[in-house]
Design a protein around this ligand. Structure first.
Ligand code: FMN
Ligand SMILES: CCCCCCC(=O)C(=O)O
Length: 381
């Protein structure tokens, strides 16, 4: 961690040599973070098979280049939930970013502002949302369905007052995934990161099996969340409502019928249910079910500009980035900018080589699943 024993910020580290890929940045982050923080960030649930599948399924998608299409000046610009964005990406909600760097969410928000992309603020942010709004970044506010419904109401009010453009309800956390690394480390948060109620809850998390964060999370999440609550939520806010954590085409169809403004196909980066399909594998059936009734975003496992183009080619409306942002955050705002510039450079490269002058062209690319390794995504329905 980049704090000294006295809690004063230490000098923000720089990578040993200019990283060319997100994997380079991840390797650097692994050397900078405390082992149990690294495990919390990069780990997944169970034996991490879903975590790995997200990567292998993405890597097995080939895009067939188009030629003779004037790609001298490709544009990565698009619109995400009605707001112009310089790239088809937003930062995914991630809790407690001051675990990684003393400037935490503030550094990420500033980097997003500079890169022209939205930042989704976690319900478990370690920096107040009004401070993040002051950066001028486009903010979306993530909600968890807390048993303490007043807390949900407060988060909605804060989101509206902070000028957030959407609320993103994560629907895949009936309880915390069984994250073996955190259990083995009995992972908990250092003092000063969690809010009053969560700090007290973590301190009182007891000694039942599981990590401290899982024991506490189980006391605050309401596993009774159901479709009636989605109707309630839509009535409570003037903001567009996005559901994050959809994998089944039938749930996607229901979400569209309930009139949600967007969905995010997500398996929480393999952190919740080990055994879930990859998100890129689930995407085609979800898109069919939604049938253009709302935008379909995606996250989990995206580590390169090529991965982003793969999702756009399959019909996603945009990609949320998780861990790559936290890896960069080891280097503060500049580190997050580095991650985003690597991804942008890779996206431009992939667009140029596939004949995409803009992202509309990406939706016309033919994609091929490497033969013999996987069923085609449609066969997963
Ligand atoms: C350290 C960490 C904390 C996270 N916290 C949240 C959170 O507070 N709310 C949420 O909806 N998702 C959370 N997520 C899941 C991300 O929003 C996202 O779905 C996932 O990281 C995407 O996968 P990727 O990391 O492979 O890009 C978290 C993920 C990580 C790695
Ligand atoms: C009390 C700590 C809860 C952290 C939950 C965030 C997270 O790890 C995730 O959503 O994934």
């Amino acid at each position: 961690m980049t704090t000294t024993d006295t809690g004063t910020p230490a000098a923000t580290p720089s990578p040993p040599q200019t990283p060319l890929t997100v994997d380079d940045i991840a390797q650097w982050a692994a050397t900078e973070l405390e082992p149990e923080v690294w495990d919390f960030v990069c780990g997944g649930a169970g034996d991490e098979s879903t975590l790995q599948l997200n990567r292998t399924d993405l890597a097995n998608i080939r895009l067939v280049p188009r030629v003779l299409r004037d790609v001298a000046h490709p544009s990565t610009h698009t619109t995400l939930l009605g707001t112009p964005a310089a790239m088809p990406v937003a930062v995914a909600p991630m809790a407690y970013q001051r675990l990684i760097h003393p400037h935490g969410e503030l550094a990420v928000a500033r980097a997003c502002k500079r890169a022209g992309i939205p930042f989704t603020v976690s319900a478990l942010t370690s920096t107040p949302i009004d401070q993040l709004a002051a950066t001028g970044a486009t903010l979306w506010a993530q909600l968890y369905w807390f048993t303490d419904r007043a807390r949900v109401g407060e988060l909605l009010t804060q989101a509206e007052q902070a000028g957030c453009r959407a609320v993103v309800l994560s629907v895949d956390m009936p309880r915390m995934g069984r994250r073996l690394r955190d259990i083995r480390n009995d992972f908990t948060l250092p003092a000063g990161l969690a809010s009053g109620a969560d700090a007290a809850g973590l301190a009182a998390a007891g000694t039942r099996p599981g990590s401290s964060i899982a024991r506490h999370t189980d006391t605050i999440m309401d596993a009774q969340l159901n479709w009636d609550d989605i109707e309630w939520l839509s009535r409570q806010t003037v903001l567009p409502v996005v559901l994050k954590g959809i994998l089944d085409a039938r749930d996607a169809a229901l979400a569209a019928e309930f009139g949600v403004d967007a969905i995010v196909v997500s398996n929480h980066g393999g952190r919740q249910f080990d055994g879930a399909p990859s998100t890129i594998g689930a995407l085609p059936a979800v898109l069919d079910a939604v049938a253009d009734r709302c935008p379909v975003l995606i996250d989990s496992g995206f580590r390169s500009g090529l991965d982003i183009l793969r999702a756009m080619a399959l019909g996603a409306g945009g990609v949320l980035l998780g861990r790559p942002i936290l890896y960069g955050l080891v280097g503060g705002e500049r580190g997050v900018e580095l991650t985003l510039s690597v991804l942008r450079e890779e996206l431009l490269d992939a667009m140029t080589h596939t004949g995409c002058a803009d992202l509309r062209a990406a939706a016309d690319l033919a994609s091929v699943i490497s033969e013999g390794l996987l069923p085609a995504p449609a066969a997963l329905t």
